[in-house]
Design a protein around this ligand. Sequence first.
Ligand code: PGA
Length: 246
Amino acid sequence: MLIVANWKMNPDTAEEAGNIARAIKKNSKNFGKTKVVLCPPFTFLNEVSNIISGSKVSLGAQDVFIGSGLSHTGEISSEILKNLGAKYIIVGHSEMRGNGYTDEIVEKKLLGAVEEGFKVILCVGEKERSEHGEQFEFIKSELHSALSNFPKKLIKNLVIAYEPIWAIGKSEAMKGEEIYEINIFIKRVVSDILKIKDADDIKVLYGGSVTENNAKEITEKGKIDGLLIGRESLKVENFLELIKEI
Ligand code: PGA
C-alpha cells in the first residue's frame, strides 16, 4: 500500500513542517508494508528531507519544471529535486490543471520526470459525475494524452492517482464500490495504451477527502493500491491512525 501525503501549501513554517515530519518518522517503524511519501511545499523539502533521511519514509515534490538543463524564472528543476532527495513527483494535480496546466504540459512533465528516474504520480479525475457516465470518457482522454508516449519499460515508476475533483476538500469521499469500478476501468485503459498484460503492474491510488474513518472502506472495497491524502495528512494523529487502520 502506498500512502502519499500531499501537503499542498501547508504548513506555514518550516518549524511546523519539521514537527509533522518528525512525528511521522518516529512512528514509521510501525508502518509494516505501507510505504509513506511526504510531499511538502518546495520550500520545506530540505527540512523534511533531513528529518526523514535514513527512515522508511520517502520524499516527494508536488510539481516539477518541464524538461531539464534549462533556465527558467520561478521554476524548480528535476536536478534540484533530486539533490534534495525527492523520489516521487506529483504531476497533473487538478489544482495545477485548474491553473492552466494543459494535457500537453502534463505529458511533458510526466515524461521528463520519469526519464530523470523519478516515480511519478499522475493525477486524473473528472470535475463532476454524470448519470450518463461521461466521467469514463473524460478519464480515458486524460490517460491517453498523458501516457501515449510513455516508455512501457518504466511502468514500475508510474502511479495513477484517481482524484474526482468533486470529492477533493469535501466532507465525504467517493464510496468504495464506485472507486472499485473506476480502478478497474483505469487499469484496463492503461493496459490498452501501454500494452501491459498484467494489470497488477498498474498501480492506482484514490484521493479526495480520505480520512482515518473512511480509509479502510476505500482501500478494501475499492481494492486500490494506495491513497493520496491532502488535509488529513497534516493532522499527525489522524494520519497515523489512518495508516494503522489500513
Ligand atoms: P483532500 O485533498 O484529501 O484534502 O481532499 C486531496 C488532494 O487534493 O490531493
